[in-house]
Design a protein around this ligand. Structure first.
Ligand SMILES: [Zn+2]
Length: 226
């Protein structure tokens, strides 16, 4: 989960510090510095806490999730309309062939073959259309569940999980929420300087769909000890 932002290698725990594995094992030339693991853990946790437990943040996440849902509904509805139009066209073709059959101008077997082909085509489109309609229904339900009550229940849940007395649970939770942390080197190699930590996370919604936050979050951390 923790990556070196200088060379892209994984960072590993080493006697109270996180160190780039490429640097430690001399696998690659890397200039990144090690960082006190207690310091990084504490900073990441306090950042995640202050971000996650902030109501405005929740509202933003929910608004952007709603927007994504609405776009999905719009896109799928457009596709459903296109499929409905195709079905109407196929029905018209079948109808024309029935007229030809009644007039007896074309052999009955040829007409029959054409109609079988058209019916198969129609069935396939109807299945795709049904799938589209299922997606629309599911997304509409998910969207309706995103309301003020949902925001409150989120905040309550996170508050409970991020309780300091619950360290193991909290760590597990953070691992499902965060998929990557990138640790940058010191600015200009100075000893006392700020270091950038990029945290890339998912926001799990109540419906269990994982949703990537648009840009990830980028706090600047003060590297006090190492
Ligand atoms: Zn590295």
């Amino acid at each position: 989960m923790l990556k070196c932002a200088v060379c892209g290698g994984p960072m590993v725990g080493d006697a109270g510090f996180y160190t780039c594995i490429n640097k430690k094992k001399h696998l690659k030339k890397c200039t990144n510095n090690k960082m006190s693991s207690a310091n990084l853990d504490r900073n990441v946790l306090s950042f995640v806490k202050s971000t996650l437990l902030d109501r405005t943040h929740f509202e933003k996440v929910i608004a952007s999730t709603k927007k994504a849902y609405q776009e999905e509904i719009k896109k799928t509805s457009k596709d459903a309309k296109r499929l409905q139009k195709q079905i109407v066209e196929i029905d018209a073709k079948i109808e024309r062939n029935m007229i030809l059959f009644e007039r007896g101008t074309i052999k009955a077997e040829i007409i029959e073959q054409r109609i079988i082909k058209l019916e198969a085509e129609k069935q396939e489109i109807e299945e795709t259309l049904q799938n589209d309609q299922n997606i629309i229904t599911a997304v509409e339900i998910a969207e309706s569940e995103l309301n003020d009550k949902a925001i409150k229940s989120y905040i309550d849940k996170f508050e409970e999980l991020l309780d300091d007395s619950n360290e193991d649970l909290m760590r597990n939770f953070l691992q499902t929420f965060i998929h990557k942390i990138e640790l940058h080197g010191r600015e200009n190699g100075k000893r006392k300087s700020r270091r950038l930590v990029n945290i890339h996370g998912f926001i799990p919604t109540l419906t269990g769909i994982t949703f990537a936050s648009p840009r990830g979050v980028e706090p600047l951390l003060q590297d006090r000890k190492s």
